[in-house]
Design a binder for this molecule. Structure first.
Ligand SMILES: [Cu+2]
Length: 198
């Protein structure tokens, strides 16, 4: 009798797991794993679909946030869809002067004080390296993507991207200061499993 409650629970759990594959007609799920040898720091890596041809994707209505806290960028890496506005609140007790030399979005905010913030809209694809003119140890990234089909990695390197339109794509692993491997992926209504192993 002690197991009688758990069977309905397990059935419910199974149904929940199945839901994403049924979420939208004509779409599927990309799930996989990045081996530990491939990423030094899973928290600062993510996978993304390079390009969904012929489609444009609106940025989210709410800005994303790239804070400065204890003289670090938080989060260290921020993937966004093209057109997203990012707020840069200074949550520290010291001044910052965030800038970027990257061709995807060169800018320089100048000096701003604690509790002030700047904001910027990222309208070109690519990796935008963030630096601070005052604190040379500070570095971070805004990565501007064509579409919202990206996912951060779990601590074990696992990831899942939901509701990807059926099609053939390149899936890229973004990681810091290392080449970014790409592999082909086909989505056909169900879950496609991929693995980055080198
Ligand atoms: Cu600074």
């Amino acid at each position: 009798m002690r197991f009688s409650w758990s069977i309905p629970l397990l059935l419910s759990a199974a149904l929940l797991v199945r839901l994403p594959a049924n979420a939208a007609p004509g779409s599927g799920r990309i799930a996989g794993i990045v081996d530990a040898t491939v990423v030094d720091d899973p928290a600062n890596a993510f996978v993304y679909v390079d390009d969904v041809p012929g489609r444009t994707f609106p940025p989210p209505p709410q800005p994303a946030v790239m804070g400065q806290r204890q003289m670090q960028f938080v989060p260290h890496v921020l993937p966004v869809v093209r057109g997203t506005t990012v707020r840069f609140p200074n949550d520290d007790h010291v001044r910052h002067n965030v800038f970027s030399p990257s061709s995807a979005k060169p800018f320089n905010f100048g000096i701003y004080y604690p509790r002030e913030e700047r904001q910027l809209t990222f309208d070109r694809l690519g990796t935008v390296t963030l630096l601070c003119n005052i604190h040379e140890q500070m570095s971070g990234y805004v990565v501007v993507l064509q579409n919202p089909y990206f996912a951060r990695l779990g601590a074990d390197g696992s990831f899942a991207i939901e509701d990807v339109p059926d099609g053939q794509y390149s899936l890229t692993l973004w990681r810091e200061r290392r080449p970014r491997p790409t592999q082909p992926v086909v989505v056909r209504g169900t879950t496609t499993n991929v693995r980055f192993s080198r």
